[in-house]
Design a protein around this ligand. Structure first.
Ligand code: LLP
Length: 416
């Protein structure tokens, strides 16, 4: 069940009244359902089975308290920076279940990852492989590595989040990968353990993921036949969710696509799922500040903005808005906008919304993934609080930033 639902006309998240969260913590604020996150993680881990290391893509939502729970439930982690590594280690994540993706790993990041003893570095270029070899040699180690290949498959998603096309910056062209595996196979500081790809995000049709897995399999088999035996195939993330009317794939649909592509292959699988685990676990709560009308157009001005939730501005993403009290006020078409000084600061365009009064609050659904994680202090707006609901309990898992948080890093360097 979706964690946000009405009971007797009032919006609940699991067994908590959303209005109580607003009273206690104010808005804008993010709220997450622990129950939903747990169910989603277990549903995917179960469908994918023991042969799969189900990693959580930390970039989707990196709150320590969510990471700690995922670690306890047995998840692995997909990280893209030393900052994410620090978060996972602090949250008690098992280094042996960490994969490190990303096109631009610095020497320090490679050092930190090898020092922590992570499971695998996903390498995105020959230059990066050489750098990893150099750092590992200095440390007297063999670095566990997979090449992230670019399978040139169109994921059929927004162009900003499509990563597996040949013109994208990600990965090594699949045609060139084989030669690189061969060139580096004997390097003493590199242990090739896998092959990886990630073709894009928010995929509703999973066929492209199947096609990419098939190409990874072909490469795996060609390498095996020529004496390079890898231990795992990492199929990346990208499983889409329902924001609006999408017919989102289930964990079983996803598992079936991978099973078909990799049938009969005795090889470990890795996946890196972000949005599909946490996206619908969360909402952003916001309060109506004003209604205004310009040239016949209605604007609902709320206290959340593009700095809190960037997805509508950046991708034209659609998020559902639910009033905290079900309303039979007439619907009116409006733009829902924040206080940031940019015309690009909107949360919804031409949206029918009940004409609820200023001071009433709304929940913006589907905000658990790439919501808080992409937030900023733009316009000097302190970042929102984050709240975790555990059944009927409400826990703050990140306090609202204060003006001191905003000014501190500059005040630390005050010069006259
Ligand atoms: N693995 C790699 C290497 C990735 O680059 C990503 C996402 C994932 C896994 C997780 O993908 P997911 O399962 O969450 O689709 N900010 C955008 C999404 C950017 C995704 C970037 N990479 C949005 O708000 O839609």
């Amino acid at each position: 069940m979706h964690p946000f639902h009405y009971r007797a006309g009032q919006l609940y998240v699991d067994d908590c009244l959303v209005s109580e969260i607003v009273e206690r913590y104010g808005t804008p604020c993010y709220v997450y359902s622990e129950l939903y996150l747990r169910e989603r993680y277990h549903a995917f881990a179960h469908a994918l089975g023991e042969q799969t290391l189900t990693c959580y893509a930390v970039k989707a939502n990196s709150n320590l308290h969510l990471l700690r729970r995922l670690a306890q439930w047995g998840a692995g982690f997909d990280i893209v920076s030393a900052g994410e590594l620090a978060r996972v280690l602090r949250a008690g994540g098992d280094p042996k279940k960490i994969v490190f993706s990303g096109v631009g790993k610095s020497r320090d990041e490679i050092h930190a990852a090898l020092d922590a003893g992570i499971f695998c570095l996903n390498v995105e270029s020959a230059a990066e492989l050489e750098r990893i070899a150099e750092v590992a040699t200095k440390m007297g180690l063999r670095a566990p590595v997979a090449l992230r290949v670019n399978p040139d498959v169109d994921p059929g998603t927004h162009k900003y989040i499509a990563t597996g096309l040949k013109e994208s910056k990600f990965g090594i062209p699949i045609a060139a990968a084989e030669a690189l595996y061969r060139r580096a196979a004997e390097w003493p500081s590199i242990a090739f353990i896998g092959v990886a790809a990630h073709i894009g995000s928010q995929l509703i049709d999973l066929q492209p993921l199947g096609a990419a897995a098939r190409r990874l399999r072909d490469l795996y088999e060609r390498l095996r036949d020529s004496g390079i035996t890898l231990r795992h195939i990492d199929c990346g993330g990208g499983v889409g969710i329902r924001y609006h009317e999408e017919n989102a794939p289930s964990p079983a649909d996803y598992a079936a696509v991978l099973d078909t592509a990799l049938a009969g292959l005795q090889v470990r699988r890795v996946v890196e799922l972000g949005r599909s685990l946490v996206g619908n676990a969360g909402a952003l709560l916001t309060t109506v500040e004003y209604w205004k009308k310009n040239e016949g157009k209605h604007f609902c001005v709320v206290d959340a903005a593009m700095n809190d939730l960037l997805r509508p501005s950046l991708y034209g993403a659609w998020h559902e808005f639910l009033p905290l009290r079900q309303s039979d006020a007439p619907l009116r078409d409006c733009d829902i906008v924040g206080p940031v000084c940019e015309s690009g600061d909107f949360l919804a365009k031409n949206r029918p919304l009940p004409a609820i009064a200023a001071g009433e609050s709304l929940a913006i659904l589907g905000a658990g993934a790439y919501g808080f994680a992409m937030s900023s202090q733009y316009n000097s707006r302190p970042r929102a609080a984050e709240i975790l609901v555990q059944g009927a309990e409400i826990r703050c898992i990140r306090r609202r930033e204060t003006l001191a948080d905003l000014l501190g890093p500059e005040e630390d360097c005050l010069v006259d």
